[in-house]
Each structure stands twice: as C-alpha cells, then as structure tokens.
Design a binder for this molecule. Structure first.
Ligand SMILES: [Zn+2]
Length: 114
C-alpha cells in the first residue's frame, strides 16, 4: 500500500471535520492513533470508512475525500459485515482477485456492461 501515512493524515482531518463524531452513529470517537496496535481495538476508535460502499451505484459521484468518512470501529465493522452478507458471490470472487476458473470471463463481460 504505502499511502498509509497519507491516509492517517486524511483520517485526522476528517476526524476534526466531523468534530470527533462518528459518521454513522454520531457518537464521540477516540482520536485516530489512540490505539497502538496492541490488544483489543477500542470500539469507539476513529477509523477510515467509505461513504459509498464499493458496489454502490453512488460510487464515483462524490469528489475526492468526501467519498471517505471517519467512523467508529464498531460501525465500520458492522457495515462491512452487512455488506459481505448482501454481496453476491460473483462480487466476492472478484474482490478476492481469484475467481474460480470459468467465472473470470463472465466477470469481465459484466464489468464492461457497467
Ligand atoms: Zn459509530
């Protein structure tokens, strides 16, 4: 990845822009960087989240960093779980970067149609 520093910087800015409140549940978050990677992640830790999920029709309609929001760890993970549950298998395969043999061409065709 390599852009982690930039991302952290952006997250800190979003945290300030949202006055430290989570974009989804609006609760006060712990500032980014409060967790140093040891032990359990605090549920209210400020994390990087996407305004539009990867497969949403809204994707690409928001400019620049407004596609990203600061969200608490709890909401971030809840959203991920919800998305995984609703995502068709084909999309998960695509996400994994290694679709089963034979599916690959279908995916490419699908992408061109979008
Ligand atoms: Zn939240």
């Amino acid at each position: 990845m390599g852009s982690n520093k930039k991302k952290q910087h952006q997250l800190a800015r979003m945290f300030r822009r949202q006055n430290g409140h989570c974009a989804w549940c609006n609760k006060k978050m712990l500032p980014p960087g409060s967790h140093k990677g040891k032990g359990r992640v605090p549920p209210m830790l400020c994390t990087f989240d996407h305004f539009d999920d990867r497969h949403s029709d809204e994707r690409g309609k928001h400019a620049g960093e407004y596609r990203n929001v600061a969200a608490c760890w709890t909401c971030n993970n809840r959203r991920n779980a919800m998305q995984e549950a609703n995502v068709p298998k084909e999309v998960l395969w695509e996400k994994s970067g290694s679709p089963p043999p034979g599916v690959r061409d279908d995916l490419r065709r699908h992408q061109r149609e979008i």
